[in-house]
Design a protein around this ligand. Structure first.
Ligand code: TSX
Ligand code: MN
Length: 593
């Protein structure tokens, strides 16, 4: 029971409909967590991993039909279909409530209904927002305890504020035909049934902190983005913060936990992790954007995580971690593809690995771990006022065309660059490999309203008094004629981040091109890097003719959002397309005898 009558009434109403055997209000305590872990071990929902090498680590195996987010079953339910936009699946709110309420009716019979009060963001930050998730899954409770500030302190804040996002979840029958993830942004309500998977079931994360929050952010003048936040400390001891958006499979978590190359470490550089997935940014009194990470932990993809790709992540995963759908070795150690040592004996479904021909760990297998366990966790990550953002980076996985890095000319150009962003599909995603998918600001699956209105909102942040960060685009994945990656990536990305911060404070040079400003060879610090001149030129090359074609394609994509598209963005696109056409014509003329 709470002191807040509206909360009690909602919990009672959900209990009346779902018919649980008992109701448990979560306080977030150690004792409560211990009891839940014991219960899950008993029920077989969790398996204890090797307590010698991995104390307090557990493995959860989900239903094989329930291992990822389900975009085709995810709906934005606004009164007007146009408010959801072509980027979302839409359902009429009344129809959506009726559909999903019928599935919730009696679904918790014989089970416990858990009430999870949670705070997204530091508990004492004015930028944080609270919610309450109701669920019948102890796995969800245990994960929410790691991923959010959950329990007594959050409930206290909710009672003080009187408002909260309502999230109603049940694993239901885990039948994909009875699975729905419904968002009612106008009612600050989420209803999710039929899935126990993270993105569908941990409602504080994608559902609240991105879909509902992006909708709120628009009406309130801030941004809820799918971005990592990283702090770069220079040898003078100053730390500048960067927010960066990438589609999946580009290594966002790796960039958030980057360890600089030896020469940088020697010179005194240091990288601090503030967040790896979500960034809430608000214009401060000084006109700058101030950012918080609304999450308290990492729900990261395990495969590919190793001492080579992400030493900081690996170092935090040997205690107090929940693993989902990884494989296990004979010693009971967690295992996934990309780890150099260890031999899997059971695959992610608990089958004898040698008897299968699939991967040992599911490609979307995860670790859930408290951010406090990250060796590079920033001492300012929980500052109530947030951290000031000096640069915004958009990125994608592009084998050809897109240079290692370029700087947008101004805010409007930067918004265009973000809107045009895209990535080539990898084997980890379903469907064809190497196909370009546009994913504006990496928000395609997560924007809770019409993309055209979203782009207009981004543009609207540029007003008098605003001191907005510069916007950049990076591509770690360009390949040479030999089919090999041109850029070493990982820790060496630090060299690109240094140039980006140098551009932001005016200390670094660049060359202007129609698509933006590119570093010249002498503008990048390549000390200690074995990179040939021709590879560097290939990395930074801007092929005007191919870019003219790319701008055609971007134009078609923008046009698909229809009449609500801000004219300013369409004009910016046309301006650059014209510049490219001009330069192509000129170089043709030069080439003609
Ligand atoms: O995360 C990656 N980053 C960002 C790191 C801070 N990955 C992994 C992507 C899958 C999630 C990368 N992969 C990066 C990168 O910068 N670059 C590449 C491509 C690449 C892969 C291997 C090598 C070089 C580039 N080198 C060798 O294998 C020796
Ligand atoms: Mn994400």
């Amino acid at each position: 029971m709470s002191k807040l009558e509206s909360l009690n009434q909602w919990v009672e109403a959900v209990a009346r409909s779902t018919q649980p055997e008992r109701v448990h209000w979560c306080d977030g305590s150690e004792a409560e967590n211990d009891a839940l872990i014991d219960l899950m071990l008993q029920r077989g929902d969790l398996i204890e991993l090797n307590p010698r090498t991995h104390p307090d680590c557990y493995l959860h195996r989900s239903n094989p039909s329930d291992v990822a987010r389900v975009e085709h079953l995810t709906f934005i339910c606004t009164k007007s279909k146009d408010d959801a936009g072509p980027n979302n699946h839409w359902m009429d709110p009344a129809e959506a409530h009726a559909k999903v309420d019928a599935l919730f009716a009696g679904c918790m019979k014989g089970r416990t209904l858990y009430v999870i009060p949670y705070c997204m963001g530091p508990i004492d930050s004015p930028l944080s927002r609270c919610g309450v998730e109701i669920t019948d899954s102890p796995y969800v409770v245990a994960n929410m305890r790691i991923m959010t500030r959950m329990g007594a302190a959050a409930l206290e804040r909710i009672e003080r504020e009187g408002t909260f996002v309502k999230g109603q979840h049940s694993t239901g029958e885990l039948d994909p035909h009875k699975r729905f993830i419904m968002h009612f942004p106008e009612e600050l309500t989420i209803k999710s049934i039929g899935s126990g998977y993270g993105g569908n079931a941990l409602l504080g994360k994608k559902c609240h902190a991105l879909r509902i929050a992006s909708y709120q952010a628009r009406t309130e003048g801030w941004l809820a983005e799918h971005m990592l936040i990283v702090g770069i400390q220079n040898p003078k001891g100053e730390t500048h913060y960067i927010a960066a958006a990438f589609p999946s499979a580009c290594g966002k978590t790796n960039l958030a936990m980057l360890i600089p190359p030896e020469s940088y470490l020697k010179a005194g550089w240091k990288v601090w992790t503030v967040g790896d997935d979500i960034c809430w940014m608000t214009p401060g009194a000084d006109g700058r954007l101030w950012a918080i990470n609304p999450e308290a932990g990492f729900f990261g993809v395990a495969p590919g995580t190793s001492a080579k790709t992400n030493p900081n992540a690996l170092a935090m995963l040997n205690h107090d971690t929940i693993f989902t759908n990884v494989a296990v070795t004979a010693d009971g150690d967690p295992w996934w593809e990309g780890l150099p040592d260890g031999v899997p004996v059971k695959d992610w479904q608990g089958r004898d690995y040698l008897a299968t021909n699939g991967p040992a760990a599911h490609p979307n297998s995860r670790f859930t771990v408290s951010a406090k366990q990250c060796p590079s966790w920033s001492p300012h990550a929980e500052d109530p006022q947030g951290v000031p953002i000096s640069a915004i980076i958009f990125g994608g996985r592009r084998e050809h065309l897109v240079p290692l890095v370029f700087e947008a000319r101004d805010w409007t150009h930067g918004v265009l660059v973000g809107s045009a962003m895209g990535s080539e599909t990898t084997a980890a995603a379903t469907g064809a490999v190497g196909v370009l998918r546009r994913d504006s600001m990496a928000m395609k699956p997560f924007c809770g309203y019409n993309f055209a209105d979203y782009f207009a909102h981004w543009l609207s942040l540029e007003k008098s008094g605003a001191k907005l960060p510069k916007i950049f685009h990076v591509n770690w994945f360009r390949k040479g004629d030999d089919g090999k990656f041109l850029w070493p990536g990982f820790g060496d990305n630090m060299r690109v981040l240094e140039w980006i911060l140098g551009r932001s404070n005016g200390s670094e040079g660049a060359e202007e091109t129609p698509i933006g400003n590119i570093p010249r060879a002498q503008d990048l610090n390549l000390d200690g890097l074995d990179l040939t001149r021709s590879k560097l030129e290939a990395l930074l090359h801007v092929d005007l003719e191919s870019w003219a074609a790319e701008y055609e394609s971007i134009g078609e994509y923008l046009a698909s959002y229809g009449a609500r598209m801000p004219q300013k963005l369409l004009d910016e696109h046309r301006r650059i397309a014209a510049l490219l056409a001009e330069d192509v014509a000129e170089s043709d003329a030069v080439g003609t005898p």
